[in-house]
Design a protein around this ligand. Structure first.
Ligand code: FAD
Length: 500
């Protein structure tokens, strides 16, 4: 069969479904008839409130006004993730967005100078030289200004927002561009006899909705990709053992911190995400090591304000579908896999899946070549991000609970081992172009987890000890001065995007 695909059916109206609908409508709306089916009775997972800076590209692609978006989603700004108690109880570090250091001295990255200076006792912790960390811990925020040579010109940021409000916001946007929404529960998926392609879904009302391309955004259940097409799932729980979460909002407190916090707990970790109207909290844990009741007690004992609801349980298996695109079904969002929210990656994977789908958009032939390429890129992205998450668990010195003792002794993927070996040897970090996490992301987490390089790059020895110390001190002074002119995060929000 030749010719363009016209009828796209999106199954699911969570963050994944509405992001897909909005982007396809914006980019290909004149060529496509887009329908989205969602079930109010089933609902959405309703979590997923912390993002990474790439989301700004997505919002910009849609042409959203950023202040309006923050206001409508009760959002706040995010400069990074603060990790508490991970390598040892009492440790605190930030994986902050944006650069490390100030201006590089030639070809060697800043951290090579830092590694030597720190070993000599002539530099403070790495976070002292990370602008977004310094701004974050002082609760400062502003958008970058047109000063490319100043740290103020290189501010990178993301958002915290209410996932339900974001989906609603995108729904309005998509419906304005002609996306047709149908409320109802799908009870049956019909496959074509000759090739097993999905030809229609049937709702409980009896309505049959046909399509050429189906985007499965049905969440963990994977209604089309798994239940209908039996694609298979690659289970990563031997590397990422947490399998449950409890989520609970609590009353907001001041100051409004411009970062997510991830605090290690006895059998997992707890998130804290500040929004304008509440703080989102959750305990992600491994059910082999703690009961649900104990987990709930731990979570509730560590809230900043009074809880606003009962803790909500969620269950998952970390891993990914064996194929993200199978026949005429592309899985986006939780239907494609889940890696737990430690580095706020899931919404980014939705965005990346949409970008890949647009880049490799099929015609009616559904060429296996494009499908294979989509699956290759998706697998690569998931696997490398997985390695980054595993790093947080294996690079711990904690011995205090069975969970952490098991994490310490876990076998790890070869790709991660190679990265660790290279960094331990000489502070070098190599990453391939398509990898999500940057060199400075790996750097901050490795150092934050107490992995330090044994040697530095030989070029660094070109500076004498005093020159090196002066370079470090000057860098820190420049960063501190720049933070000093920034407004408080909550003043920035009050001025530009306070929710009404
Ligand atoms: P869902 O929200 O589950 O939506 C599924 C949709 O499919 C719903 O509309 C449902 O009604 C519909 N549906 C299902 N079955 C049927 C049917 N039979 N008929 C009709 N409709 C149907 N991501 C981040 O980026 N940052 C975070 O901080 C973060 N934290 C998280 C914390 C936890 C504990 C978890 C579990 C996830 C977190 N995520 C996070 C991931 C994020 O929540 C999801 O990626 C995001 O919400 C997308 O979900 P979804 O749309 O794929 O699925």
């Amino acid at each position: 069969m030749d010719g363009p695909v016209r009828d796209v059916v999106i199954v699911g109206g969570g963050t994944a479904g509405w992001m897909t609908a909005a982007a396809l409508a914006k980019l290909m709306g004149t060529q496509l008839r887009i329908r989205l089916i969602e079930s109010d009775e089933i609902g959405t997972v309703g979590v997923g409130e912390a993002t990474i800076p790439q989301i700004r590209l997505f919002n910009a692609l849609l042409g959203l006004d950023e202040d309006d978006f923050v206001r409508r989603t009760q959002g706040t700004f995010k400069l990074g993730i603060q990790f508490v108690d991970w390598a040892r109880p009492g440790d605190v570090y930030m994986h902050a967005f944006g650069p490390v250091g100030g201006r590089d001295l030639g070809l060697v990255p800043f951290h090579q100078y830092w590694a030597k200076a720190h070993r000599m006792g002539r530099a403070g912790p790495l976070g002292d030289y990370v602008f977004a960390n310094l701004a974050g811990v002082r609760n400062r925020f502003m958008r970058p200004v047109a000063m490319p040579d100043s740290p103020l010109g290189r501010i990178a940021y993301a958002f915290h927002f209410d996932a339900g409000l974001y989906a609603r916001y995108l729904r309005e946007y998509a419906e304005r561009l002609g996306v047709r929404r149908t409320e109802g529960r799908i009870r049956d998926v019909r496959l074509r006899a000759e090739d097993g392609f999905v030809e229609a879904v049937v709702l409980e009302s009896g309505e049959r909705i046909e399509g050429e391309l189906f985007v499965d955004c049905s969440g963990f259940r994977g209604l089309l990709i798994e239940q209908a097409l039996k694609t298979g799932y690659e289970d990563w729980s031997h590397w990422l053992p947490c399998d449950r979460a409890l989520a609970v909002p609590c009353e907001p407190v001041r100051p409004l911190t411009p970062y997510t916090r991830a605090t290690a707990r006895a059998a997992g970790w707890q998130w804290r995400i500040p929004l304008q109207h509440r703080i989102g909290n959750g305990y992600v844990y491994c059910s082999r090591f703690v009961s649900d009741d104990e987990a709930a007690a731990t979570l509730l004992a560590h809230l900043d304000g009074a809880p606003l609801a009962e803790p909500r349980p969620l269950r998952f298996v970390t891993g990914m579908r064996r194929q993200f695109w199978n026949r005429n079904v592309v899985a986006i969002g939780l239907a494609s896999g889940f890696m737990e929210p430690l580095e706020s990656t899931s919404i980014h994977f939705i965005q990346a899946g949409i970008a890949r789908l647009v880049a490799l958009f099929p015609d009616r032939r559904f060429s296996p070549v494009e499908i294979a390429e989509y699956n290759r890129q998706s697998r690569f992205e998931f696997e490398r991000a997985r390695d980054f998450l595993i790093l947080h668990y294996i690079a711990t010195e904690r011995e205090d609970t069975p969970f952490w003792r098991e994490c310490r002794s876990m076998a790890i993927p070869d790709t991660l081992q190679a990265k660790l070996d290279l960094f331990r040897s000489s502070g070098r970090i190599v990453r391939e172009r398509e990898e999500l996490f940057t060199e400075v992301g790996w750097l901050q987490v490795m150092v934050g987890q107490r992995i330090l390089p044994a040697h530095h790059h030989p070029i660094v020895d070109g500076l004498g000890a005093d020159e090196l110390a002066e370079f470090m001190a000057r860098t820190k002074a420049v960063l501190d001065n720049a933070v000093g002119v920034m407004p408080a995060h909550e003043d920035f929000i009050a001025r530009h995007c306070a929710a009404r």
